[in-house]
Ligand binder design. Structure first.
Ligand SMILES: [Zn+2]
Length: 114
């Protein structure tokens, strides 16, 4: 025995980081698009964390990594400097203007379909 660490010995964070790097490499090679996700503690569901926000004022697209633990209510467009908010009924700007809904909504939909 050479005392190597097995996968099981590593912390979850280390494993996730390793997986994330592999995915980034794959996506970078084939799609030139970064990817971020987390695996939630309850179900092991993958959640997309990168959303492309489209400014409702000028139409500029902003690729952003969404915070996992809070809903982003305001977003300031770096092009036209307009600060926009979610549409009525939506919890955050990603649900209203993003290409991907926020992590908590993704989990909700995941749970509903399961
Ligand atoms: Zn704008």
């Amino acid at each position: 025995m050479r005392g190597e660490m097995t996968v099981q010995d590593r912390s979850l964070a280390t494993q996730l980081e390793a997986v994330r790097l592999i995915y980034n490499e794959i996506f970078d090679r084939y799609e030139r698009k970064p990817v971020a996700f987390h695996i939630n503690a309850s179900g092991g569901a993958m959640v997309e964390l990168i959303s492309i926000l489209t400014c409702p004022e000028c139409g500029t697209k902003h690729e952003e990594t969404m915070p996992e633990d809070l809903c982003q209510f305001f977003y300031r467009c770096s092009n036209c400097e307009v600060v926009f908010r979610p549409k009525p009924g939506d919890c955050c700007v990603y649900c209203s203007y993003g290409s991907v809904k926020c992590p908590s909504k993704q989990e909700e939909e995941e749970n509903r379909s399961a």
